[in-house]
Design a protein around this ligand. Structure first.
Ligand code: AGP
Length: 599
């Protein structure tokens, strides 16, 4: 999804900062990029389609010394194709704008303006022409910007620079993240923390409806015409964490990290004989009769797993829905329902909107999220952070396993009054063994690397499992398709004979999740049915399965959840190794964005 950076100052080379900053946002996905730098009346602008290397080449002759203001953008096309004309910054006669989000009323606004001025197919361009029209009317750049922002509907994070105020960046935010950073007199902007790490000392996360302007060493912030004082906080994140650390891909690093980060997820929450969440007040859950979980993609798969755990361990009726479906189904919402949203980024538009609907209907809302201060965290009544650290690979790995761990703990937290002591202690013991289950064993990774070469063709994959291993099968299939571009489906194993088994032949690859601790005999007979029809079977289990064409042996775990987590790692590695063999960039798969901030 689109990314924004901005800079005011003289301490560093602006072009370098803008491009490095955009590189930090690359993982979000983009198809064109651009920068604009203003020094007095001199403007330099550069845009390119494709990767940042193209932009770097195009602006190699551009040299900037001394004080200046600059804005940069990576664009993920929504309105109009990924072309240079549609890339940001968009230009007026003397002003330049970058924008994340969607201006919903751009067509109406465009009708008020001179159509001959428009050169792109984007919604964004309307902002810069509107600003210049307002400036003609008021001759005060800030007033013109304030009027412009007040006319925009939809979601936006905007940075605008203009020759009419050459030492200034105007900014505005509504439903799309924007952060201001500072270090002494230097001022930075970015749409997420990553470009600011190692540059800004402190940061301010803009709230919806806020806008203003920044000049060397000063920031003026407003909302609804009233001036406000921004409360900056130290930026403590570490650059190291945001880098690859010797792995081939961020995805690989993040798979390996799971065993450590899960320790953070559990820390302070799993006690000797109970689960606690410092951040939650038990009164918050009083009178809750049911739970509705809502999320997208991988987070939805975590949520679906959570729905099984909630019913089993907390004994509370629970459903899990895809946020984009939930939004328009006119759901019946009851105030005794706890509404849980799950999101790695905390910015996913559909999940955020579902959360808004639940809040409006008076439900208690809880976010399970990886990014503190994200839009979802700020909106929910309560939050449990997954503490996975920055996840850069577009294909979610450690965010998923930490989400499932939080849901498991939450199910125990809500169920500990009802569960018998023996069951509770068994669950807690299993939770404490999570780091071991998530550890990548060298020989397992090697085995999957070798195995991957047998799965580069065929007419499709079925990932099958039962119970909680069904959502895990969905996740395994999603992982494979998003980075390998091979067709894969997750299916409940018991449902295969109701249709999909018709596809069975040697070119149909079945990845069978066969945990010894949960419904082993049931899944075994489902796999036997497929094997009898000559499907190629890759079984993942701790119990050798003679009908399997390939067998991936996991450890003999004593709890189904430990098998679940170990199998999650197997599926992530298998997808990654297949994608690598196919020559794909697993960190930045085609057509995908890390954070989906549009509907
Ligand atoms: C994960 O591999 C996907 N890229 C995607 O499905 C993702 O989980 C989904 O877009 C939801 O994102 P969120 O967790 O940030 O809300």
């Amino acid at each position: 999804m689109c990314g924004i950076v901005g800079y005011i100052g003289s301490q560093r080379e602006i072009k370098g900062f803008l491009i490095d900053g955009l590189r930090e946002l690359e993982y979000r996905g983009y198809d064109s990029a651009g920068i604009a730098i203003l020094q007095g009346s001199q403007l330099q602008i550069c845009k390119a389609v494709g990767k940042l290397e193209n932009l770097e080449k195009k602006c190699s002759s551009l040299v900037v010394h001394g004080f200046g203001v600059g804005i940069g953008h990576t664009r993920w096309a929504t309105h109009g194709k990924p072309t240079e004309l549609n890339a940001h910054p968009h230009m007026g006669e003397f002003s330049y704008v970058v924008h994340n989000g969607i201006i919903e009323n751009f067509k109406e606004l465009k009708e008020e303006l001179d159509p001959s001025k428009f050169v792109s197919q984007t919604d964004t361009e309307v902002i810069v022409h509107l600003f210049e029209r307002e400036l003609e009317r008021t001759s005060d750049p800030f007033q013109a910007f304030e009027r412009t922002v007040s006319k925009l509907r939809g979601s936006f994070a905007i940075l605008l620079i203009t020759k009419a105020a050459p030492d200034t960046i105007f900014f505005g935010k509504e439903s799309s993240p924007l952060i201001i950073g500072r270090d002494g007199e230097e001022i930075f902007f970015a749409s997420s923390d990553a470009p600011l790490i190692g540059n800004a000392q402190e940061v301010y996360y803009l709230e919806d409806g806020e806008y203003g302007y920044a000049q060397k060493g000063s920031i003026r912030l407003f909302r609804g015409g009233e001036e406000r004082v921004p409360t900056f906080q130290p930026l403590t994140l570490n650059k190291e964490l945001a880098q690859k650390g010797g792995y081939r891909f961020f995805m690989e690093k993040e798979i390996y990290e799971q065993s450590d980060v899960i320790g953070e997820t559990l820390m302070g929450r799993v006690k000797e004989n109970r689960v606690e969440f410092e951040e939650l007040d038990s009164r918050f859950f009083q009178g809750i009769e049911s739970i509705r979980i809502c999320a997208c993609g991988t987070s939805y798969h975590a949520g679906l797993t959570g729905s099984y755990l909630m019913e089993r361990l907390a004994q509370i009726p629970t459903t899990c829905e895809i946020a984009s479906e939930f939004r328009y189904k006119e759901p019946l919402l009851r105030p005794d329902t706890l509404f849980i949203v799950i999101s790695q980024s905390g910015e996913t538009a559909d999940t955020l909107e579902a959360l808004k609907m639940a809040k409006k209907a008076g439900l208690r809302t809880l976010a399970i999220c990886n990014v503190d201060n994200s839009s979802i965290v700020r909106l929910a009544d309560a939050t449990v952070l997954t503490r996975a650290g920055i996840e850069k690979g577009v294909a979610s790995t450690k965010a998923f396993t930490t989400q499932v761990a939080v849901l498991w703990m939450l199910a125990l937290y809500l169920g500990q009054g009802r569960l018998d002591q023996e069951t509770l202690l068994r669950e807690i013991d299993a939770l404490l063994h999570l780091p071991g289950a998530l550890k990548v064993r060298g020989e397992l990774h090697e085995r999957l690397k070798r195995l991957s070469k047998r799965y580069l063709h065929g007419h499709g994959f079925f990932f099958i499992g039962r119970d909680i291993f069904y959502p895990l099968a969905l996740e395994g299939a999603l992982k494979l398709k998003e980075i390998s571009y091979l067709h894969a489906e997750g299916y409940p194993a018991g449902e295969m004979k109701h249709g999909p088994i018709a596809l069975a032949d040697p070119e149909l690859f079945t990845i069978a999740l066969m945990p010894r601790n949960l419904l082993y005999e049931k899944i075994k007979s489902n796999v036997e049915e497929l094997s009898a029809r000559d499907a190629t079977i890759c079984a993942i289990s701790s119990i050798p399965f003679e009908l399997a064409d390939d067998f991936v042996k996991i450890e003999k775990q004593k709890h189904a959840m430990l098998e679940y987590f170990e199998m999650a790692v197997v599926l992530q590695l298998l997808a990654m190794e297949i994608a690598i063999r196919l020559g794909n960039d697993v960190d930045m798969p085609r057509n995908l964005a890390k954070s989906v901030t549009v509907e």
